[in-house]
Design a protein around this ligand. Structure first.
Ligand code: PGA
Ligand code: ZN
Length: 431
């Protein structure tokens, strides 16, 4: 299309919410439009994720991204300059082919994703459309139900609690803005509960409270319930709990056992599934993510058999936004939902394909941020563009998180009466 030809690609090192370097890319078109993106980064990274290329030298603990930047400047940019930026699929295919490896390990998924996202932004800007509408077209209208962290543990609050995320989901809200307000109330309610219990208040990597002085993992569940009540809501009816167990972090593949370090307790897969099922009976839990390890298909199948008709069972590290792994999960009967993280797979096109595939097999897509985040809020647009229905982004504190929530508020306002907010109805789709 006239004016949409890529004229220039600029790559630079910027920093994420953990003071870790990351890749920023700017793509300029002949018409003058510019698209800019920043790549996020995980801490509890799945073994099957696309590779994040780091310098592994003496700076930033080896986490610099100069090699990724150099690959953008020397390999990716020359190949796409002159291409039509509206041809996202063609450009992404070219980026994938230039790398040539299954896990994008030659050029780095961070290099490739940065370019892919900036291309999408540049065309949307040239078309003077919000990114969700440019990517999703006329039927892109679903404002996602938020899944928001209240307490952060695991790899995001080292030495505290074993479970990574205690999150909440507003169930009785009529729109995103009021659902978000409910979560803000719960966050503040929980803060008071922490203070009353004499627990020091600090924040974990994603802005939720850092659990110090806890005696058990289960204590987190009671605390969040108390926080919901303190805020004046009914646990389960108004606000439900979601957990990201991130259990790959404490699964021992040799002994095939799960270990809670906090409580010095050790579980077989059957015992661990029993523990989670017991929690679902006793607490208003609507969703469990990575209840079993990425290496333990048997556990995930068992968990899904036990709970998969009642609540959402999400695979994150298990699936890594990878259609081949989701297909395996469907065949085996593991999970009923998929966490979608663009940097686990490495291009915009593959992310969109993965969401489409997830829906086509009757699983629920949950678009997600990473623990290392920035002001980039592309995930909001990916969620609305695909009518995914859910968005998970850490907490309601710290601006790299609120960049996403504030953008969702703006897009809900922009869509106005044309917007659709599924609220708790989204969970009725669980088979
Ligand atoms: P990560 O955590 O970005 O550190 O992987 C997020 C998650 O596990 O969902
Ligand atoms: Zn996760």
């Amino acid at each position: 299309m006239a004016g949409y030809k890529i004229k220039e690609v600029v790559a630079r090192q910027v920093y994420d919410s953990r003071a870790v370097p990351t890749v920023e890319v700017e793509v300029s078109l002949e018409c003058g439009a510019v698209g800019r993106s920043i790549v996020p980064s995980g801490a509890s990274t799945g073994a099957y994720e696309a590779l994040e290329l780091r310098d592994k030298d003496g700076h930033f603990g080896g986490k610099g991204v100069n090699r990724a930047l150099s690959n953008i400047r020397k390999v990716l940019a020359p190949a796409i300059i002159g291409m039509d930026a509206t041809d996202q699929t063609g450009i992404d295919s070219k980026l994938i082919a230039l790398d040539g490896s299954p896990s994008k390990s030659n050029l780095g998924a961070n290099a490739i994703l940065g370019v892919s996202m900036a291309v999408a932004y540049s065309s949307a800007n040239a078309a003077k459309q919000p990114l969700f509408r440019y990517l999703g077209g006329a039927n892109a209208k679903t404002i996602p139900v938020p899944m928001i962290q209240i307490i952060g543990g695991g790899a995001h609050a080292v030495g505290s609690i074993d479970i990574q995320d205690f999150l909440v989901v507003p169930m009785s809200a009529e729109n995103f803005a009021s659902g978000f307000k409910m979560v803000v109330d719960v966050y503040n309610g929980t803060k008071q509960v922490f203070a009353k219990a004499g627990k020091p208040l600090s924040t974990a990597d994603e802005g939720g409270f850092w659990p110090t002085g806890f005696k058990s993992n289960e204590e987190g569940l009671q605390l969040v319930c108390d926080g919901i009540e303190k805020a004046g809501y009914l646990p389960g009816k108004d606000v439900a709990i979601a957990l990201d167990i991130a259990s790959s972090e404490f699964y021992n593949k040799d002994s095939e056992r799960y270990s809670f370090h906090l409580e010095q307790r050790d579980f077989s897969r059957e015992e661990f599934v029993d523990l989670l099922a017991g929690w679902v009976e006793r607490y208003p839990i609507i969703s469990i993510e990575d209840g079993c390890s990425e290496l333990d298909w048997e556990g995930s199948v068992l968990l899904t058999k036990r709970l998969g008709r009642k609540i959402q069972i999400i695979g994150d590290d298990l699936f890594t936004t990878n259609i081949a792994r989701i297909k395996e999960g469907v065949e085996k009967g593991a999970c009923n939902a998929v966490l979608i993280k663009p940097n686990q797979i490495g291009t915009v096109t593959e992310t969109l394909d993965c969401i489409e595939y997830t829906k086509s097999v009757g699983y629920l897509p949950v678009v997600s941020a990473r623990s290392g985040e920035t002001e980039d809020s592309i995930i909001v647009h990916l969620a609305i563009a695909t009518n995914a229905g859910q968005l998970k982004v850490g907490s309601v504190a710290r601006s790299e998180r609120n960049a996403k929530w504030n953008e969702t508020l703006r897009m809900e306002e922009l869509l106005g009466k044309s917007g659709v907010y599924p609220s708790s109805g989204i969970f009725k789709m669980i088979k």
